[in-house]
Design a binder for this molecule. Structure first.
Ligand code: ADP
Ligand code: MG
Length: 385
């Protein structure tokens, strides 16, 4: 789950990382801005779950409360790279001497947290990565030793950063590193980490990505979720205890399975064949016909999906229940051009195949995952299943 900037900054504050004073608004008018008693000029920032807002017109400056209110009116509801700005953060503008980049992410190669630092932070960090890769340091942090003096020295020396700020940087990294662990994050980023005229380090932006699997332990993060723009089908599925995972927007295949391992294998094989998966759904164990029908219905409700692949290794889940559920959902589906591929293994497999055969619906029963993917490929390339 990606947090909004002000949510990320609320966590920064908890860890005593300096931020600018500000107020979140979700309606036009200047009362809330005035009541916040901010020092002008201010910066008005669209709160959307994407970066690059500055370049997309989502960060504006205002000299007076009137100007701020006017800009807020213009920015509320604006589209920033596919996200609607329902809230704005109005913060005091900082005079900046330098903009640094700082992040900690979970690095699967070094199997450890990875510190990424650059003295050339700000809006052009991607450009820096391309043109001045030597100005970006990537330093794994040993999870047992934690952040050490040499971690910071190395990052600063490699990139030619001003060593005068070493203690300050180390302090911020240590705080961020604690937060990284406490909140089960996959990424914490401060860009820019600004240095003001007095040499203080301040987080002017914040990005935090929390591992969804940790949400049950993090009530304060779960509370943030209401403010996020979530995929309606993710919510719909969650309400009935299915895990719906959007994958590639341009894909048109839905994969449903019992277990994330099998989901991943299916997606791999489908991708290898050059096809694209739009979304995946984990059915969990022991699904009844009604539950299967509900899951297929959610998938068929997505206009982009034209093929649903159900792959079941039946232990707790009975194949005949799966087939019955698939038939119910396909029969109820009005768009007749959608196809379903069913691969089932386990209890009552034969009975399941019979149910499908007697239904006369566009459902193909296939043996094993590779054959199913092959059937899908033939179907999509007009060669019949
Ligand atoms: P994004 O990364 O989405 O473009 P940022 O929050 O990083 O958005 O803002 C973009 C740029 O705007 C920053 O690099 C910084 O130069 C400037 N900026 C943002 N917040 C402030 C602030 N409080 N004071 C001064 N400048 C700011
Ligand atoms: Mg930024």
């Amino acid at each position: 789950m990606k947090l909004l900037e002000y949510q990320a900054k609320a966590l920064f504050e908890k860890y005593d990382i300096a931020i600018q004073k500000g107020v979140v608004i979700d309606a036009a008018g200047d009362e809330k801005i005035r009541a916040a008693d901010l020092r002008f000029p201010v910066v008005i920032k669209a709160q959307v779950q994407t970066g690059g807002r500055g370049k997309a017109g989502g960060v504006k400056f205002a000299e007076t409360p009137e100007e701020a209110a006017k800009l807020c009116g213009e920015m509320l509801g604006m589209d920033i790279r596919g996200f609607t700005a329902k809230e704005l953060l109005v913060v005091e503008k900082k005079d900046i001497a330098k903009e640094w980049y700082l992040s900690i992410m979970l690095d699967r190669y070094s199997k450890s947290p990875l510190l990424i630092f650059s003295p050339l932070g700000g809006m052009d960090i991607e450009e820096t990565a391309r043109t001045n890769p030597e100005k970006i340091a990537k330093v794994p942090i040993d999870p047992i030793r934690g952040v050490q003096d040499y971690t910071i020295s190395y990052a600063m020396d490699k990139t030619g950063a001003d060593r005068r700020y070493k203690d300050g940087l180390k302090e911020v990294v240590e705080k961020l590193y604690r937060m990284f662990f406490d909140y089960y994050t996959m990424l914490v980023e401060i860009n820019p980490l600004a240095i003001d005229d007095e040499g203080r380090l301040i987080a002017l932006d914040g990005k935090v990505e929390v591992d969804d699997n940790a949400l049950p332990f993090l009530p304060d993060i779960t509370a943030f979720r209401d403010k996020l723009q979530e995929d309606p089908q993710v919510i719909e599925a969650r309400n009935v205890n299915f895990l719906f995972i959007p994958i590639e927007d341009e894909g048109n295949i839905a994969v449903m399975s019992n277990g994330s391992g099998m989901l991943m294998s299916c997606i791999d094989l489908i991708s290898k064949k050059g096809m694209k998966v739009h979304a995946a759904l984990d059915l969990g164990g022991g699904a009844t016909a009604e539950r299967i029908a509900e899951a297929v219905r959610i998938m068929l409700g997505r206009p982009k999906i034209d093929t649903v692949f159900i792959c079941i290794f039946g232990g707790i889940t009975r194949c005949d229940e799966v087939a019955r559920g698939a038939v119910i959902a396909m029969r109820a589906n009005e768009a007749a051009d959608k196809h379903l591929i069913l691969r089932m293994e386990g209890t009552n497999k034969e009975e399941a195949a019979k149910i499908v055969a007697e239904s006369n619906l566009p459902i193909t029963v296939a043996e094993g995952i590779p054959n199913s993917v092959e059937a899908m490929y033939r179907l999509k390339n007009g060669k019949g299943a």
